[in-house]
Every structure is written in C-alpha cells, then in structure tokens.
Design a protein around this ligand. Sequence first.
Ligand SMILES: [Zn+2]
Length: 138
Amino acid sequence: MIKVCPSCSSTWAGGTHCEDCGAALHDPFEPGAREKLPQGIWRYIRLQYGARRGMLVRVLAFLSVPVVFGLGARAAVVQPSPWSAIGLTLSALSAAASWATIYWIAGKAVRLWVLRRGQLNRRRLARALVRRVISSEE
Ligand SMILES: [Zn+2]
C-alpha cells in the first residue's frame, strides 16, 4: 500500500505524516481520495506502478536463467561425450539469451508504455503553461 502527501506529492510505503513536509498522508484508494489529492498525482502513481511492473519482469528474467539452464543441462548430460559438453554450452548460452531478451523487452515496454506517456503529458503541460503566459500578456 502506498500513501501520498497532498502538499508535496511524495509517496510513502505507509505512516500517517509526510517525512518531507509533515502534512497528513492519504491512501490514494480510500473513499474520497479523489478530492483530497492533487489531480497530477494519479499520473505519477501510474508511472510508479508501471516502473515497478517493469522491475518485477526483470526479476523474472533473472529467475528464468536457472530454469532454462537446468532444462537444457538435464537433456544434455545424458548425451554421449562430445554432445554433452556442446549441449551444456548451448543451454548456458540460451539461458543467458533468455535473460537478455526478457530484460530488453521489459526495458522497452517501460520506455514505451510508462515513460513515454509521462513525457507526452509533460510536453502537454509545457504547452498549456506557454499558452497561459501568452494569453495573460494580451
Ligand atoms: Zn509532503
């Protein structure tokens, strides 16, 4: 569970008061949180959860290494002499390849679906600020 500070937008893993500014923290999923928290916070929470999801997939990628190597090695060791060594090498290589592939895909996914959305919103925010400055000067 995360808690959010309504005045400085820090997120905390629990507690009642913000350690940065001392304001009372709110649970973003409690009833009425939509009115208590600043609107920009929802985008930030989505960003945080997206980044965390990417991290979890990378941990899974790391855990896939012993599984892939184990399956390959189990099939390789029962083969006659030169093939068992070749099979062991290949299963080590494919374990490394599966890790690298999942890790790369997770990074790409975070960049595409999580960070790019944040960038788009930042650009839109900058445009809105420029428009406000221009319209106030007229
Ligand atoms: Zn705060």
